[in-house]
Design a protein around this ligand. Structure first.
Ligand code: SF4
Ligand code: SF4
Length: 429
C-alpha cells in the first residue's frame, strides 16, 4: 500500500482522513455542483458517493476495489463540492487519500521522469526539449500508437492535446534577457509557464516589473502538485522542502506564481508536514505559504493602476478550479478583467464549472473530459467571447484545444498576457 497522509488540514481544523470523510452527512446538497455527477448521473461519481467509498475503505469494508478505483480516479479534484458544502467537507483531499490507499503501480517510465524532475531539474529540462524537438519534427505523432501499446496512453493523449511547443523555456529566455534585479517580489516559475508557455512567464514578469518594480527569479523546483496528486508523497515533500529552503535563502519578499493550480498547492504545503517529527518543517511551510501570492491577487491589489485595454472583442473569465475553490479567488480576477476589458467584459454561463483539463485528467479520461469541455465552450460561445481569460496551465491547454475544435472565433489567454497587453509591456518571447 502506498503512503497516505493520514491527517488532513480542513476548514474545521486538523482531522484524521477518516473523521474528515465521516463529516459528510450525505445530504446531497453538493451533487449538482459536481461536474462528474451531472455528466454521468452516477452516485459513485458524486462527492457523497466518493466520500462514502473512502470511508468504507478506511473501515476495511470495501468489497469492490476496481469500482472504487474508477470512482476516485474520475474525480477532477475541482473542489466545487467543498465550496457548495455547508460543512466544507474536503472531498478532493479525501479522494486523494483514497487514491493513495488504492494506488496501482505507475508505469516505470513515469516514475523515472518524476525522479529526474526532483534530482536533476536541468536533466528534466533537457529531456523535455528533446521531446519538443521530436514533436516539431512530427515524430511524436508517429510514436503515439507505440506509446499506447507500451501502456503510456497518457503521454500519447498529452501529445495530441498540446498543439505547439516552444523552442526556448523561460529559463533560456531569462538567461538571455538578464533583466535588472530588485527586491520587490520573487517569481516562482510554475512548470506550465516555465516549460510550455514561456510567453505567459514573460508577460507576468513584465507586468510585475511595471506594477511593483524589479524583482527576482526564485530558481525554484516544480511545486510538487503532480507528484502529490498521483500518489508520490515522498517526491512532493522533497520538492516542497527544496522550495521552502530556496525561498528562505532568497529574502522575505512575496513569492508570486502565475499558475493558480501551483499557487494554490504552494499555499497548502503545511498539509505535507503533519506527521509527528515534522514540526520544524511544518512551521517553515506555514511561513512559506503565507508569502505565496497568485499573480491574480497581485493584479487585483493594483487594480486602480490598470489601464483600459485596447483588445477588440468581448473578454470572459474562466475560473480555474484551484483559483476559485482552492484560493477563493472569485471576485478578484473579475475586478481585474472589468478594469482592463471595460465594456468588453462578459460573464460567460458556466464560468465556474471545470473545463475538464484538471491536471492530467484530460489525458487519462479523454471522453469525460471532452464532454465537460464542450459545455465550457458553449458557454464561451453564448457570451460571444473573443478572449477567454484564465489563470491555470491545464485550463490554457484544455481551452486552446476546445476553442480550436468547437469555437475557433475565440482564443484563450492567460490573465498576465491580457493585462500585459493593456499596459503595453512585453518581455522575452
Ligand atoms: S460533501 Fe457536504 S454537501 Fe456534499 S453530501 Fe457530504 S455533507 Fe452534503
Ligand atoms: S472535486 Fe469536483 S469532481 Fe470531485 S467530487 Fe468534488 S465536485 Fe465532484
Amino acid at each position: 500500500m502506498a503512503e497516505i497522509l493520514g491527517r488532513l488540514l480542513t476548514d474545521l481544523g486538523e482531522r484524521s482522513a477518516y473523521d474528515a470523510a465521516s463529516q459528510c452527512s450525505r445530504c446531497g446538497y453538493c451533487e449538482q455542483a459536481c461536474p462528474t455527477y451531472v455528466a454521468t448521473g452516477r452516485e459513485a461519481q458524486s462527492p457523497r458517493g466518493r466520500n462514502q467509498i473512502v470511508r468504507l475503505m478506511l473501515e476495511g469494508k470495501l468489497d469492490d476495489p476496481a469500482a472504487a478505483q474508477e470512482a476516485l480516479s474520475t474525480c477532477l479534484l475541482c473542489g466545487a463540492c467543498t465550496t457548495a458544502c455547508y460543512a466544507k467537507v474536503p472531498t478532493p483531499d479525501i479522494v486523494l487519500e483514497g487514491r493513495r490507499a488504492l494506488r496501482p503501480r505507475t508505469h516505470w517510465l513515469v516514475r523515472a521522469v518524476g525522479r529526474l524532475q526532483v534530482r536533476s531539474p536541468r536533466g528534466f529540462a533537457r529531456l523535455l526539449k528533446l521531446g519538443y524537438r521530436l514533436k516539431r519534427l512530427g515524430l511524436s505523432r508517429a510514436a503515439r500508437p507505440l506509446l499506447r501499446a507500451l501502456g503510456l496512453s497518457t503521454l500519447a493523449e498529452m501529445d495530441e492535446h498540446v498543439e505547439t511547443v516552444p523552442t526556448r523555456t523561460f529559463d533560456d529566455e531569462h538567461a538571455r534577457a538578464r533583466p535588472p534585479e530588485g527586491k520587490n517580489w520573487l517569481y516562482f516559475a510554475p512548470c506550465g509557464p516555465r516549460y510550455l508557455f514561456p510567453r505567459v512567464a514573460a508577460a507576468t514578469w513584465a507586468v510585475l516589473e511595471r506594477l511593483k518594480g524589479p524583482g527576482r527569479f526564485l530558481e525554484n523546483h516544480c511545486c510538487g502538485l503532480l507528484a502529490h496528486n498521483y500518489g508520490d508523497l515522498e517526491n512532493a515533500r522533497e520538492l516542497a522542502r527544496r522550495n521552502i529552503e530556496t525561498a528562505e535563502n532568497s529574502g522575505g519578499e512575496p513569492v508570486v506564481a502565475d499558475c493558480s493550480s501551483c499557487a494554490a498547492f504552494l499555499k497548502t504545503y503545511p498539509q505535507l508536514f503533519l506527521k509527528p517529527g515534522d514540526a520544524g518543517w511544518l512551521a517553515r511551510a506555514v511561513r512559506f505559504s503565507a508569502r505565496v501570492r497568485d499573480s491574480v491577487e497581485v493584479y487585483d491589489a493594483a487594480v486602480g493602476e490598470l489601464p483600459l485595454g485596447t483588445q477588440p472583442g468581448a473578454a470572459a473569465w474562466h475560473d480555474s478550479c484551484r483559483a476559485l475553490n482552492g484560493e477563493g479567488l472569485k471576485d478578484a480576477p473579475r475586478r481585474v478583467l472589468r478594469a482592463v476589458a471595460g465594456a468588453h467584459c462578459r460573464e460567460m454561463p458556466g464560468a465556474d464549472q471545470c473545463c475538464g483539463g484538471a491536471g492530467a485528467f484530460a489525458f487519462v479520461h479523454p471522453e469525460l473530459s471532452d464532454e465537460l469541455l464542450r459545455k465550457k465552450i458553449s458557454g464561451a460561445a453564448a457570451a460571444q467571447a473573443r478572449h477567454v481569460v484564465t489563470s491555470s496551465t491545464s485550463c490554457l491547454i484544455q481551452l486552446a484545444r476546445g476553442l480550436r475544435k468547437y469555437y475557433p472565433d475565440a482564443e484563450v489567454m492567460h490573465i498576465s498576457e491580457y493585462v500585459a497587453g493593456a499596459l503595453g509591456v512585453r518581455r522575452g518571447s
